[in-house]
Design a protein around this ligand. Structure first.
Ligand SMILES: Cc1ncc(COP(=O)(O)O)c(C=O)c1O
Length: 393
């Protein structure tokens, strides 16, 4: 009979055979899977048979989340990643090589600016930053080196809404692909693939997780493009974690409800801030004054415009700092898309990579505040944010 240590390890490693499917997807917290023979491992590592070999390649909890995301974005396949940045990295490195070019919006999440500077530039991949809400600028930037156009459904933080359909038609005429970061909208508000985009990227950290308790990302699209992105994820080690995947699955179940409440609250708060003392401008796609309001209302599901808004305070950076010191309901933190209202100051956080001129080109100033409206009571949010924006000390 084997010794106690041997028996303990064997006894505690036996995964249960469960005849009734669990109502929730279990967390498969295992790095590796037992193989019957060498062929099985070789075939699994090559994705030539169904199953799992090693969790950097695939894992049942990841697979459940991938299937759910693919279904909700109307795609064949998805790969989940360690973060939204890992997803963006996988997309650009799977599609671009030295000598190629990417067109990116001028108003884009600062992480994209960082990815271009830290990874693409030194890999010999060129980029052009244009105002992608102006299709003529996109057209003028396309050349025979262009391989990919990057869009954000709703831009971070200025809330510019991309015309995905028009840009996708233009891109496809030139044999160029379109990737859309759908983080700010979430699949509950819009499905970019249905408008002609080729690839969707998410930071699961935001609305899909929804509770400020996970970091994750996803690449979603046609099976061959996702397989190419997965290859980068596997080889660069940007894989998701089973526990994060479990949390993201749990978040997905309430995404629709949360987006309804985020959207309703944000519309009410944006309306109250618009014209309030100390506020020069409010950017929210649900407001009639927003430059792409009509496009948003035509393409967003059920008139929802999401929970993100940008406020331009008329007193610049100092006013921004006073705003942050006055909030009592909202939380000063650098993420978004969660149940609690989060406020950040892009010039010193998400867009710190941008100089003054680049900030201006991206439609921001030192007084721009990014507000991610949560699902608290509307009246409390209005009192907190309108009060924090007032001028004077
Ligand atoms: C629009 C957008 N895309 C991608 C990311 C990156 O996501 P993560 O922090 O999960 O890497 C963020 C993060 O703020 C974001 O706002």
């Amino acid at each position: 009979m084997p010794g106690f240590s041997t028996r303990a390890i064997r006894a505690a490693s036996r995964a249960p055979d469960v005849p009734q499917p669990p109502v929730n997807v279990p967390i498969y917290q295992t790095s590796t899977f037992e193989m019957a023979d060498a062929d099985e491992l070789a075939e699994l590592l090559g994705f030539e048979r169904p199953g799992h070999s090693y969790s950097r390649y695939s894992n049942p909890t990841h697979a459940a989340l991938e299937e759910a995301l693919a279904e909700l974005e109307g795609a064949d396949a998805a790969v989940v990643t360690a973060s939204g940045m890992a997803a963006m990295h996988a997309v650009v490195l799977s599609l671009l090589r030295s000598g190629d070019e990417i067109i990116a919006p001028r108003a884009v999440y600062g992480g994209m600016v960082g990815l271009i500077a830290a990874i693409l530039e030194r890999s010999g991949i060129g980029h052009r930053s244009v105002d992608t809400t102006d299709v003529a600028q996109v057209q003028a930037a396309v050349n025979d080196r262009t391989r990919l156009i990057w869009l954000e459904t709703i831009s971070n933080p200025t809330t510019a809404v991309a015309d995905i359909e028009t840009v996708s038609n233009l891109a496809h005429e030139h044999g160029v692909l379109v990737a859309v970061d759908n983080t700010f909208a979430s699949p509950a508000v819009l499905n970019p693939l249905s408008l002609g985009a080729d690839i969707v990227v998410h930071s699961l950290t935001k609305y899909i997780g929804g509770h400020s308790d996970l970091i994750g990302g996803a690449v979603i699209g046609a099976a061959d493009r996702v397989a190419a992105a997965r290859k980068v994820v596997i080889n660069a080690g940007g894989n998701a974690a089973p526990f994060e995947a479990f949390l993201a699955l749990r978040g997905l179940k309430t995404l629709a409800l949360r987006m309804e409440r985020h959207s309703a609250n944000a519309l009410a708060v944006a309306g109250a801030l618009d014209g309030a003392p100390g506020v020069a401008r409010v950017l929210y796609p649900g407001l009639a004054s927003h430059p792409q309001h009509e496009l948003a209302m035509r393409t967003f599901r059920n008139g929802m415009a999401g929970g993100m808004l940008a406020i331009e305070l008329d007193g610049g950076r100092e006013h921004g700092e006073r705003f942050l010191s006055r909030i009592r309901v909202a939380v000063h933190a650098t993420s978004l898309g969660s149940v609690e209202t989060l406020v950040s100051h892009p010039a010193s956080s998400s867009h710190r990579q941008l100089g003054k001129d680049e900030l201006a080109a991206a439609g921001m100033s030192a007084g721009t505040m990014r507000v991610s409206i949560g699902i608290e009571d509307e009246a409390d949010l209005i009192e907190d944010l309108v009060g924090a924006a007032r001028p004077g000390t």
